[in-house]
Design a protein around this ligand. Sequence first.
Ligand code: GLU
Ligand code: ZN
Length: 285
Amino acid sequence: MTFTTRFAPSPTGPLHLGHAYSALLAYDLAQAQGGQFLLRIEDIDQSRARPQWEAQIYRDLGWLGLTWPEPVMRQSERLPAYQEALDALWQRGLLYACTCKRRDILAATAAPQEGAEPTFGPDGIIYPGTCRDAGHARDAGALRLNMAKALESLDLSELSFTEDGAGPAGETGEIALHPAQLIAQVGDVVLARRDMGTSYHLAVVLDDAAQSVSHVLRGRDLFEATYIHRLLQALLDLPVPRYHHHRLIRDDSGKRLAKRDDARAIALYRENGAPPADIRAMIGL
Ligand code: GLU
Ligand code: ZN
């Protein structure tokens, strides 16, 4: 298998130094291993994706000296593949339709003790299970994974992934998945939002498999999501890449950079005449 890394930005704003770090790390690693670096545009959220941001991604990465094979995979063109996976999971009885609004979920989680805080997992609030046995028609709402049932259908002794970098608590090496932890800390995740026909989690595992990505490099903020990704790989019988979660680039006050931090947008450095080498220096590469 060719050593393959990828950078998978969402075209919902300007790339900043944190993105440059992720992209350069993935690119450098592929170069060092004689492998390939892929670019993928994660534009399933059509309410936020904009062509101008996609165009700027190509300009920024090109300016940084990166090259990638064409055509670039775009998630908005992959909806049939996502649909097929959802069909398979639905037929196995592992999905159910959920009609809850955010406020319903908040109300249900807060119910027993007044003022209790809902628990958050890598996919947001842990879903309280309101619609699990409601028998809603498939197109009635979002599609959620029945986590307990999904776990029962798998041989859990074999579920783990390899972390070459580190998670937020220094997790590294062989990381095992524990059913009780998945139920309590992840729960019934949404695999298809009604407005998108998929979710980030489902799309990313199918795309990494379709592109034969062997090494997933990305920010540490996605470490916990990897548990969901590993579970989906097992359910859908997909190959398992190695993972490398890297440190997050922070601003001077220690806050991690977000898309709205325009002041650190790569485009701004480029327009101000900074050489690409300055970007590498700023992020320690
Ligand atoms: N599209 C995601 C983002 O921009 C990255 C997903 C990934 O690397 O798995 O945050
Ligand atoms: Zn619901």
